[in-house]
Design a binder for this molecule. Structure first.
Ligand code: F6P
Length: 369
């Protein structure tokens, strides 16, 4: 097919590397196919606006800082599900047909959507039920998209969390304290696991592995005798529950939930049980901002170029992924059907255990020992 006009949008939570993806797609589309590119502002909300909210994206826009900046120059939304759209009067409406009508009015031959698993489920329905011509690119600091080893933004977030541990270590050692660092990731512990290994954590708690406070206390109290130190670094993923299994979530409008608070909860328990001075840090959205890492920029370039090539070849309903050092593509339905969690028997969990890291599950019998 001839690709004459391409739409590009970012959907769901932002992360570092989105502008690098947009740049790569614009470069490939304009230089490789002589194609015009329209940036759709604020994800599907741009297509539901009257008139559609779009801007022309040309290569000259990317001669400066865009490649290096966090955020997304075309905006994004986590509230743009057109199948269950929240109207100003509080009612909910299916506006999915309007998305397709807007694509037709704009003369888009294809749309490249940069999103996470939640967005992929919505885009999959738009493709299946309305024939939307879409190619997707995985982005999320959580790295929980099925079928890809890495999503855009993940490595940058791990770098930020690792740097936080580097900074916490010196103050922990100076004051002989336990430092608890809560990181993002929703139900997946990828950020906590990788940053915990890279940043020398003593304890890593992830949603995939249940823990007992007794085990955490034992690990901390063993440190003076075993390693000659009176400080400890603990990383906890935001999706971890209390020991009794209660989630620390906050309701959001529209039925969604926001995670956060386990770091605080855990710090209180550890202080009480060990008698050690304890502080907590909730890293939050710091993990989503700033300059994208080299890995994220390379991934962004590879994904952006391949997505345009797929669109030009008329191969819609695909997600570009990174597998075995190669860019591949998989069906959109496959990428949206579940969430990629940490393999509790996998190499990274084994590595951490090999270093003496406690997951708090001693005696519970999960994962490798
Ligand atoms: O999915 C990415 C993510 O950053 C999660 O790690 C986190 O729980 C969530 O988004 C935060 O969402 P919001 O930006 O809506 O607070």
């Amino acid at each position: 097919m001839t690709l004459r006009r391409l739409g590009i949008m970012t959907t769901g939570g932002d992360c570092a590397g989105l502008n690098a993806v947009i740049r790569a797609a614009v470069m490939r589309a304009v230089q490789g196919y002589g194609c015009e590119v329209l940036g759709i502002r604020r994800g599907t909300l741009g297509l539901l606006s009257e008139p559609p909210d779009v801007e022309a994206l040309t290569p000259d826009l990317f001669s400066g800082a865009a490649l290096r900046t966090g955020g997304t120059m075309i905006g994004t939304t986590t509230r743009g599900n057109p199948f269950d759209f929240s109207m100003p009067d509080g009612s909910r409406r299916d506006r999915s047909a309007e998305v397709i009508a807007a694509c037709q009015r704009l003369g888009l031959d294809a749309v490249i959507a940069i999103g996470g698993d939640g967005s992929f489920r919505i885009l999959g329905r738009l493709a299946q039920e309305h024939g939307m011509k879409v190619v997707c690119i995985p982005k999320t600091i959580d790295n929980d998209v099925v079928g890809t080893e890495n999503s855009i933004g993940y490595v940058t977030a791990v770098n930020v969390a690792t740097e936080a541990l580097d900074r916490l270590q010196t103050t922990a050692a100076s004051h002989s304290r336990i430092m608890v660092l809560e990181v993002m990731g929703r139900d997946a512990g990828h950020i906590a696991l990788s940053a915990g290994i890279a940043g020398g954590a003593d304890i890593i708690l992830i949603p995939e592995i249940p823990y007992r406070i007794d085990n955490l206390v034992a690990r901390i109290q063993s440190l003076p005798e075993q390693l000659g130190r009176w400080f400890a670094l603990v990383v906890v993923a935001e999706g971890c529950k209390t020991e009794a299994g209660a989630p620390l979530t906050h309701p959001e409008p529209g039925g969604a939930v926001r995670y956060g608070g386990i770091g605080n909860w855990l710090a209180d328990r550890l202080a009480e049980r060990t008698g050690w001075e304890t502080r907590y840090t909730i890293l939050g959205h710091v993990q989503r901002g700033g300059m994208p890492s080299t890995t994220d920029r390379v991934l962004a370039a590879a994904f952006g170029v391949r997505a345009v090539d797929l669109a030009a070849a008329g191969r819609f309903g695909r997600v570009v992924v990174w597998q075995n050092r190669r860019v591949q593509d998989i069906p959109l339905a496959e990428a949206g059907e579940s969430v990629h969690l940490v393999d509790v028997d996998g190499d990274l969990v084994r590595t951490a255990r090999g270093l003496g890291v406690s997951f708090g599950d001693e005696g519970i019998g999960t994962g490798a020992t």
